[in-house]
Write a protein that binds this ligand. Structure first.
Ligand SMILES: Cc1ncc(COP(=O)(O)O)c(C=O)c1O
Length: 378
């Protein structure tokens, strides 16, 4: 089936008891059994829930995986995937990943003997030469917030040459634009909170796999550690993915117009958007993705300028998160990337004047009018 058909139908049969076309919210903690060991495949809702399972099948189809497991947040999905690594092993991470990912790796998982190295990964050959040995390579592409592009196919080869696996956080692109498993990645992670749900009303995460051994382990961890996605959240994300193929082209078209508008403003020093032909990695991104998305970062030159602008936006909502149908605007240094220290942010180029915008699906003229007025405050 085509992608849009899978968005609407994959994993979702009409409910056998009523014919309801929409999968019900199975809001139950347990299932009545006919006798000891005699049941319909459902024993306890941490282990199995039909609404969650429908979403997992839907997301596995959209990413081209063999299976998927949903967790209570993107971070819970990330944490579950990291249990594939043991103490004493090394994980290499592309630099300027989401601040929460950096915090989980350095402040929590590092305490259990896993070594984390954050390396620049946009030059795949240079990365291969200096990455050393590792058990897992974790990347975002484009990265959050500087939109650095990593070559998924080349990095998969680098990982596999070391007997390691490649995990791609595909939150920014969604499977509509980029399907890392088809390029050699082993696992894809999403914060479903973002484009997959798309309506800013649910927090969740998913890990999509292709290797049955990874599926077995992540299913085991989902039940054993228990950070499951609730039935209602699963239902909301299913409702979201139904319109993914409609929303993403609109996000991108609006994103392009906003990126071009920002680039033409004298007060904006630099705009980071992979759709610009002179954006580093533009060609690699074009090869591995079918679009550029609507995540844009831009530098206003200093904290005061960023503060002035962000206090003046009206239609664009100042807030953490991204990927909603509403335009969200944020300040990475104090919000999403506050988990990095100031010297770490300075080294990465996450400057105090940097603003990130997740362009939504409003009328773009209204967004540009709002940004024009907000920039007057700078
Ligand atoms: C790229 C990326 N990955 C993971 C996460 C974490 O997801 P969640 O907030 O659902 O835990 C985020 C959150 O902003 C993100 O931007």
């Amino acid at each position: 089936m085509g992608f849009a058909t899978d968005c609407i139908h994959a994993g979702q049969e009409p409910d056998p008891s009523t014919g309801a076309i929409t999968i019900p919210i199975f809001q139950t903690s347990t299932y009545v059994q006919e006798g000891i060991g005699k049941h319909k495949g459902y024993e306890y809702a941490r282990t199995h829930n039909p609404t969650r399972r429908a979403l997992e099948k839907n997301l596995a189809a959209l990413e081209g995986g063999t299976d998927a497991y949903c967790y209570a947040s993107g971070m819970a999905a990330t944490n579950a995937v990291l249990t594939l690594v043991k103490g004493g092993e090394r994980v290499v991470v592309s630099d300027n990943v989401y601040g929460g990912t950096h915090r989980l790796f350095t402040k929590i998982l590092g305490r259990y003997g896993v070594e984390f190295a954050f390396l620049e990964a946009s030059d795949a050959a240079a990365f291969d030469a200096r990455a050393g040995h590792f058990a897992m390579l974790w990347i975002e592409t484009p990265t959050n917030p500087l939109m650095k592009v990593c070559d998924i196919r080349a990095l998969a080869e680098t990982a596999h040459s070391r007997g390691a696996i490649l995990v791609v956080d595909n939150t920014f692109m969604s499977p509509f634009f980029q399907r890392p498993l088809s390029l050699g990645a082993d696992i894809v992670v999403h914060s479903t909170t973002k484009f997959l749900n798309g309506h800013s009303d649910s927090v969740g995460g998913v890990a999509v796999v292709k290797d049955p051994a990874h599926a077995d382990w992540l299913r085991y961890v989902q039940n054993a550690a228990g950070a499951i996605l609730s039935p209602f959240d699963a239902w909301l994300v299913l409702r979201g993915t139904k319109t993914l193929a409609l929303r993403m082209p609109k996000h991108e078209e609006n994103g392009r117009q906003v990126a071009e508008f920002l680039r033409a403003q004298a007060k904006v020093r630099k705009v980071y958007w992979p759709g610009f032909p002179d954006h580093p990695g533009h060609q690699v991104h074009k090869r591995q993705a079918s679009g550029f998305g609507s995540m844009i970062a831009f530098d206003l030159g200093g904290l005061d300028a960023a503060k002035a602008m962000l206090s003046r936006v009206r239609l664009c909502s100042l807030g953490e998160s991204l990927g909603g149908i509403e335009t969200l605007i944020s300040h990475p240094a104090t919000m999403t990337h506050a988990g990095y220290t100031q010297p770490e942010r300075d080294a990465l180029g996450i400057l105090d004047g940097l603003v990130r915008i997740s362009v939504g699906c409003e009328d773009v003229a209204d967004l540009i009018a709002d940004l024009t007025s907000a920039l007057e405050a700078v």
